[in-house]
Design a protein around this ligand. Structure first.
Ligand SMILES: Nc1ncnc2c1ncn2[C@@H]1O[C@H](COP(=O)(O)OP(=O)(O)O)[C@@H](O)[C@H]1O
Ligand SMILES: [Mg+2]
Length: 202
């Protein structure tokens, strides 16, 4: 089994940027957000269950998840959020395991899981946990620029995520991503050297 590093962090902390830097060193990358999108696109494996649970109103004419409508619902309704997660998480895990099987030739694999702190199954899959962290002001500045959101909108999303200190508590390694991209690349290069020499224990 290839060595597997679970990568997590709050919105805008730099997960995707870090994953791309690791990919540049030859690491295998599994992106659970991309898997989730695939499952909820037209023809995706999760569509039938979502339709059965939430009704046709949440499926577009093209047969994909109506993301805007669903986002509004789960933002306001914790039960609905749980229900959607109960449909998606087992399917995401299954797809991630399939991708992992296909990445056995890599020196190691980085699996990007925003919900890692809440997911024992993904924690079990990860031999090591890497948290990308930055100050809340940096997070707000980056996300409001990237997604054209107001400060209040970004704060509302942050408030719904696992608190920063809880996330840091599960970390084996931390990347502090408050400075520029050069120092980020240096930190990733150092971690790459460490991970390349680590062996899977399963
Ligand atoms: N060290 C950095 N310096 C400048 N911009 C950064 C840095 N790290 C990330 N960014 C930018 O901040 C935004 C959020 O980063 P991203 O990797 O998309 O975060 P996440 O995937 O965790 O939501 C992106 O637009 C990215 O280009
Ligand atoms: Mg991302």
């Amino acid at each position: 089994m290839v060595f597997c590093v679970g990568l997590t962090g709050g919105i805008g902390c730099g997960k995707s940027t870090v994953a791309e830097l690791f990919a540049g060193h030859g690491a295998g990358i599994i992106d659970t957000d991309a898997i989730s999108r695939q499952l909820t696109n037209s023809g995706g494996q999760a569509i039938a269950a979502i339709r059965a649970e939430f009704g046709n109103d949440y499926i577009t004419a093209e047969g994909s998840l109506d993301r805007i409508r669903m986002r509004k619902l789960i933002f306001a309704d914790a039960d609905a959020k749980r229900c959607l997660e109960q449909i998606l998480h087992p399917l995401i895990l299954e797809q991630a395991r399939l991708q992992l099987d296909r990445l056995q030739d890599r020196p190691y694999v980085i699996i990007v899981v925003p919900l890692l702190p809440e997911s024992p199954a993904f924690q079990k899959l990860s031999q090591r946990i890497l948290v990308v962290d930055c100050g809340e002001n940096t997070q707000i500045a980056r996300v409001s620029r990237r997604n054209r959101m107001s400060e209040a909108e970004v704060r509302a999303i942050i408030a719904q995520q696992t608190p920063r200190d809880q996330r840091l508590r599960i970390a084996d390694d931390v990347i502090h991503n408050d400075a520029g991209l050069d120092s980020l690349a240096e930190r990733v290069a150092a971690l790459h050297r460490n991970y390349s020499s680590m062996q899977s224990s399963i």
